[in-house]
Design a protein around this ligand. Sequence first.
Ligand code: GDP
Ligand code: MN
Length: 390
Amino acid sequence: MKLLEYQAKELFDQYGLATPKGVVLSSGEGAAEAVAAAGLDYPVVVKAQVQVGGRGKAGGVRFAQNPEELAEIVGALLFSSLKGIQVRQLLVVEKVEMAAEWYLSILLDRDAGMPMVIFSPCGGVDIEETARENPGAILKVPVNPLVGVADYTVQYLVSKSGIGGEHLPALKNLLCGLYRLFTQRDCLLAEINPVAVGKDGTLAAVDGKIDVDDSALQRHADLLAMREAHSEPPLVTQARAFRFLYIPVGAEGRVAVMSNGSGMLMSMIDLLSKKEISVACALDLGGGATKDRIREAVRIVLSTPGVDTLFICIFGGITRCDEVAEGVRLALEEGSGGSKVVVRMEGTNKEVGQEIIGRTPQAVSAGGIVEGVRIVSEMLSASAGRRDAK
Ligand code: GDP
Ligand code: MN
């Protein structure tokens, strides 16, 4: 799970890493008052809280000299769209004076089998360019998890980067704090870019990115709670409540696909695409295809705007096809506005399942995935024909 910048900074605070003073806004009303109440001094930086890289270059990081400019920027940025994602929160922070911008991160290096520290004295918005054009300016050093960050780790970074020995204590402090956060919070990535280097040599985290291992989230209730603030499509959130993965595929299309495995979903999408049928969304059921779960899943995908045709492939040895069919029947019975469902299933009690589908008015059984695609295609042209005739 990737955290938003302000959430990453909350963790930096917990681990004693300096961050500029700030406040989060989720409404345009009273922005100047909120900034004053938080005790911030101008100039301030207004930052869109969205999970996209290069916010600065896309116009998502702006500077305000006074309350009037702040109001103007907040009005323009809040609820606007940045690289296709709606901005629902802004972080306003005091602007930091920087003598230099460094890059510092720790990531889980699976090849090395240990955490890897990455450091560059040329940080900031052009770090990708530095990586391409001047890879020598980016240093990597692994950290043996049994030893932790050692003096020689920091010494290596300081001498190789040429930042000057006077920075050693502050860099060591920053790196040790970031490493404790990285290990204790089960991170895959903990990144500070830029590290603001003040004229007096103090270091502060001006931007933060944290990616927490999803498999470790049950150990961190506070991080799990942070997910609520993420701007994801409501159907994705609804689906997750049942441990389904809802994947928006295309902005347009009348067809949704559902299965109990991502490989099968990809095959379904590929075969439909070959017939020039666009898929609006896909739902991965994961394990446990009981009738109640299937019913919820069908309800969720069919509430996708524009979707009126659902193609289901359930493939499993011990999955009971009568449960699957019963779930489909229940969902359609509860009201689905004339939507059609094509079901291909394989498993225990397949005949009973097909019999249930056979007496469900809006559902059809398919003997195989290719046959299912053909039925979907015919359904779409038939209803398009009806529309044209009207
Ligand atoms: P990003 O574009 O998403 O990485 O957003 P950042 O928070 O890293 O901001 C982008 C760039 O804006 C930084 O690399 C800085 O050059 C500049 N910037 C952001 N905050 C400050 C600040 O407080 N003071 C100064 N001087 N520059 C800032
Ligand atoms: Mn940044």
